[in-house]
Ligand binder design. Structure first.
Ligand SMILES: Nc1nc2c(ncn2[C@@H]2O[C@H](COP(=O)(O)OP(=O)(O)OP(=O)(O)O)[C@@H](O)[C@H]2O)c(=O)[nH]1
Ligand SMILES: [Mg+2]
Length: 640
């Protein structure tokens, strides 16, 4: 936990240094649109960095109890409902958003009847039922938390409409009660906005319901679990590793970074008739067998007692707390989480800073060089007659004309650029994706009673990739065009330009691949002869469509941002160059008209040059401050 506090202190310092840097470069007029956008994005990344931890397991293994023990013991009681049997009925996210009051937002289960994934509802406040959380009235607050375990009984047809009942699926068929009604969750998803200190620092906790619910809510499988930074898989010491535990592990978690296996309820193994050593040895044997069955290292399996940890913490019983071994798990969790997350953020920001600084140094370099050239030009006028001065004026005029001609050509390039941009959108526009989604749905409907429901989904992924590839080739064309434009201005007019900003859509292509991999894991090998599997696939496709659309939306945003700024560095340099030409023209003119003494002018240039050198020094110092903040190790911060 301390790790997390240090991490967020680190983020604050980096953000402060970045903000200082930004304010200053903006005032020094060294910030073009591209750089400005890069800085804004970097700042947003530092500020909004979230760490998400998901608790995934079969029902009743103690996920919710672990959450209570690790995060909520200070409240002196169980906050998240935990009880024998199935308790948590809907995926529950605990986080803190200061823009909202403390509250629970609940998405009604009936939303499952529509073709939308949970994620699609996030930005639609009207879809959620909001209950306030009364922080100073614990009883009422805990009552509100109970919403996540509410169920209701409905007829088979209604349950089927939500994809929660299918007569042909033996697992689901067993959920019908004697009255012929099916028990279904009241809510589909819960978002709890709670001002807990760790949540305030950007931690997001995801509590999930047991197996069946994981399978029926594709949002968990496709989005929330794969995107969590750490996943805790919980087993019960008294049950060991059951067949359904293995299934949850294989289909939803599996080995990978940030995976932690918790062997919970070890208090069941505290046999009072045996010695402490004997009990420990038994726990160790369990730990080894769990590690072997799941194919993970023994050190990755943490035997704990969530319940005793909670009791120990609440009663201040240190011996019990120690015996619960929760401390080791907490340390591992934050150790696993924080450094990895910090590395990612740090590396990204280092790259951003390098690019930013290079651009700003280039701009400053050009400014200084311009000044030096102008000064030299004036110095060469010392003792020269009017004829020479007139000659120089003609030379500047000439340079200006040539430059204007290049600018004219740039106009032509802009026109081509506009055409290419339009073409770029035509392959990844949201309407294109939507059309592909609609086509798959229609094909699935048509193939409903055949076995071919899977083919349209496969084609869907292929189409999505093809769209991205089409855009990538347009991006290539734009790059080539920009490169030649940049070259022209740097060779012919001496502008010092860095390579234009690159854009790659590979990330989104990888995302599509990852979504497909999850899909294949779930449906690739299963036979779809049962119509229930077909129905499940249709429901699953809603989430696939939502995820893919999400990727495309992000790709579109990237493209839009890129198109907006790719010309910016060139334009900034052009503006500067034009001003320089104008300035030279004016000063030679004035000297020609003898309204200004030559020496005075030269002195003024020297002063200006001196000022710019100072600006350069300050730029170095401020970017250095950002780099130092980035490089600081967490313990160093603590010492500071
Ligand atoms: N003895 C013992 N009981 C525990 C421990 N951890 C949890 N339990 C109990 O196990 C039962 C189930 O715990 P929950 O936290 O509700 O389990 P869950 O994994 O959240 O279950 P679902 O919400 O149904 O998916 C509760 O009665 C807990 O009090 C433990 O370490 N030792
Ligand atoms: Mg639970």
């Amino acid at each position: 936990m301390q790790d997390l506090q240090q991490y967020s202190a680190w983020r604050e310092r980096v953000a402060a240094a970045l903000e200082q840097y930004r304010t200053w470069v903006q005032a020094a007029e060294l910030l073009d649109a591209e750089a400005g956008q890069r800085l804004v994005r970097a700042l947003a990344r530092v500020r909004d960095d979230r760490l998400s931890v998901a608790f995934v397991a079969e029902f009743s293994r103690g996920k919710s109890e672990l959450i209570n023990a690790i995060f909520f013991a200070d409240y002196g009681q169980r906050i998240v409902p935990s009880s024998p049997g199935r308790t948590t009925m809907c995926p529950t996210e605990l986080a803190w958003d200061p823009a909202l009051p403390p509250c629970i937002r609940l998405l009604p289960i009936a939303t499952r009847a529509a073709h939308l994934a949970t994620g699609d509802y996030r930005d639609d406040p009207a879809a959620w039922t909001v209950l306030p959380l009364e922080l100073d009235a614990p009883e009422r607050m805990i009552d509100s938390f109970r919403q996540v375990s509410l169920t209701r009984r409905v007829g088979k047809d209604e349950a089927a409409a939500f994809g929660l009942y299918d007569a042909e699926d033996p697992d689901l068929a067993a959920t019908v009660g004697e009255d012929g009604l099916v028990e279904i969750p009241q809510w589909r998803h819960a978002l709890i906005n709670f001002p807990h200190p760790l949540l305030k620092q950007g931690l997001v906790i995801l509590d999930t319901p047991g197996l069946n619910a994981i399978g029926t809510e594709p949002e968990l499988t496709l989005n929330l679990i794969p995107n969590a930074h750490a996943v805790l898989f919980v087993l019960g010491a008294e049950t060991g590793v059951t067949k359904s535990d293995i299934e949850v592990w294989r289909t939803h978690i599996g080995a990978g970074p940030g995976r932690i296996v918790v062997l919970n309820k070890i208090d069941a193994m505290w046999d009072e008739l045996k010695t402490a050593q004997e009990n420990d040895a038994a726990i160790e044997r369990q730990q080894a067998s769990v590690a072997q069955l799941l194919g993970v290292a023994e050190t990755q399996v943490f035997p704990v007692s969530a319940q005793k940890a909670l009791v120990g913490k609440i009663n201040g019983d240190m011996a019990l707390f120690e015996k619960s071994r929760i401390g080791q798990l907490e340390a591992a969790l934050f150790n696993e989480l924080v450094p990895a997350r910090q590395d990612i953020l740090r590396n990204g920001l280092r790259q951003d800073m390098a690019l930013l600084l290079a651009g700003q140094q280039a701009l400053l370099g050009t400014r200084i060089r311009d000044l030096v050239e102008q000064k030299q030009e004036l110095e060469s006028l010392r003792g020269k007659n009017q004829g020479v001065i007139a000659h120089m004026m003609r030379r500047v005029d000439m340079e200006k004309k040539e430059f204007d001609a290049s600018l004219f050509k740039l106009q032509g390039t802009r026109a081509v650029f506009t055409t290419l941009s339009t073409e770029l959108y035509s392959s990844i526009g949201m309407d294109v994706v939507q059309a592909q989604v609609d086509a798959v749905r229609a094909a699935m409907q048509a193939a409903r009673f055949a076995t071919g429901t899977r083919a349209p989904v496969r084609t869907f992924f292929d189409h999505a990739r093809a769209s991205l590839d089409g855009s990538t080739s347009k991006i290539g064309e734009i790059n080539t065009m920009m490169d030649s434009m940049y070259r022209r201005f740097s060779t012919e007019h001496g502008l010092s330009l860095a390579v234009p900003m690159r854009l790659s859509l590979q990330r989104y292509r990888d995302e599509i691949d990852a979504i497909e991999a999850i899909y294949v894991k779930q449906f690739g090998t299963a036979t779809l002869l049962m119509t229930s599997r077909g129905t499940l696939l249709e429901r699953f496709f809603d989430s696939i469509a939502s995820r893919v659309k999400h990727s495309f939306r992000a790709a579109n945003a990237d493209v839009e941002a890129w198109l907006k700024v790719i010309m910016a560095p060139l334009e900034a340099q052009i503006r500067q160059h034009r001003e320089q030409l104008r300035g030279r023209q004016a000063s030679i003119q004035r000297i020609h008209d003898a309204t200004d003494s030559l020496e005075q002018k030269i002195t003024a240039f020297e002063a200006a040059q001196h000022d710019l050198e100072k600006v350069k020094g300050r730029l170095g110092a401020l970017s250095g401050a950002v780099t130092r903040a980035l490089d600081a190790d967490l313990p160093e911060l603590e010492a500071a």
